[in-house]
Design a protein around this ligand. Sequence first.
Ligand code: ZN
Length: 469
Amino acid sequence: MKPANKTHIDYAYELDLVVKPDSRVPLFEREYAAFTGAGVPLFSIGGGYYRYALIDILARFHARRGYYVAETPMIASSLLYQVSGHLDFFRKNMFIFQIEGHDYAIKPMNCPYHILIFLSHLARYRQKVRLPFKIFEAGRVHRYEPSGSLYGLLRVRAFTQDDAHIITREEEATDAIIGVFEEMKLLLEKIFHMDLDPGKVELRLSLSDKSKIGEEFMGTLHEWETAESALEEAAKSIRDKYGFNYYSEEGEAAFYGPKIDVVMRIEESGIEKEWQLGTIQFDFNLPRRFRVYDMVREVYGEDTRVFIIHRALMGSIERFLSVYLDYMKGRLPFTLAPLQFAVIAIKTGGDSDEEISTIARRIHEELVKMGFRSGLLETTKTSLSGEVRRIESTIKPAVTVYIGAREAREGYATVRPFIHSERRRVSKRVPLSGGYAASIVEAVKDLEDGVVELAGYAPRIPGDLSHLL
Ligand code: ZN
């Protein structure tokens, strides 16, 4: 198969991110999807590492930018979604079930829980709670989508949002929006090595139709005007500072508030597509329903007006992953790649084979001890090019390390990291002095610079993944 024809589903399977839903469970003659249910991705071992590392980075990144970090329950009493209004306007997308005669819902959105947490803080700590109050969660949600619309990781029924809610004073809303845009830019550029070219990225503002406020669009004219002018002011300042254009679509807002979506045009197999990145959405519905306005005025004083903003930088982990895999042809960043190192011992059938083997094994074992995910493969020179091609086209290690006869004799390793900005591997000759693995890690340290800059450290989730090679 030509790489150009691969879809994100092929990449996700080859990288061991997910178990292929339409493959069969051995000895059962049933597909995996028959066990998980349609549209519910079963992340595999590689996918587990990816998710844990990413969520760890996201939590630390947000915490360092003033967000509180939450983790809310997967189910809720239906009362929560009755008060939020979801049972009225989102019911057909919700999974609802009964226990002891009482209705429960599987969480379709994190917002109502975040608002409960905010209210509990206001009640307990009063004015000591500082605004803007920002709360982040890598929140897994479940929503019913018709089976015909499900596709790979792109359209699923179970997904994890990089979700946050910002409760801000009206006059600070513009700064909050600019802050979110900058967070998205940092995350995509530093963690995912994406090039946010102003020629390809635009901001789409979905605004109200002013003549229908109070009918199709809920809330007061004051709320819509202030929110929309905050959005436009933010969009202008983002344009002036970073060069990203924006455009407005009147009448396209949700009934509960205006929003900005960040959209990137990408080309895929010759077809231009829109990739929706971050989103920033005002909400005039939830604060009324949970009486947030009343509580805020009681705590901070009568003239305090706030907005509640929903925002996501990636959208969902699953959907983002699906587009990213296509966009980068299956190349995940070093910190997130299931297999960070593939250590390949190239034997020749000669006297040096034992030494080659010993060095390669030592490097691999040390890497795992240092907290990396590594795989060891011992092969013979005659089969090398086939082996390398197979590994490169499937599991795609972030760094490949070769030890052959020459390397063993002269005391170095050939280290080939994949460089996202150049979209190719480079080759380095790394002298093996002292700790073998330590010199190799030192030589590729810059692959993690972006993660360390944003999260303060790079997660170390080790694994011996030799069986994947
Ligand atoms: Zn929300």
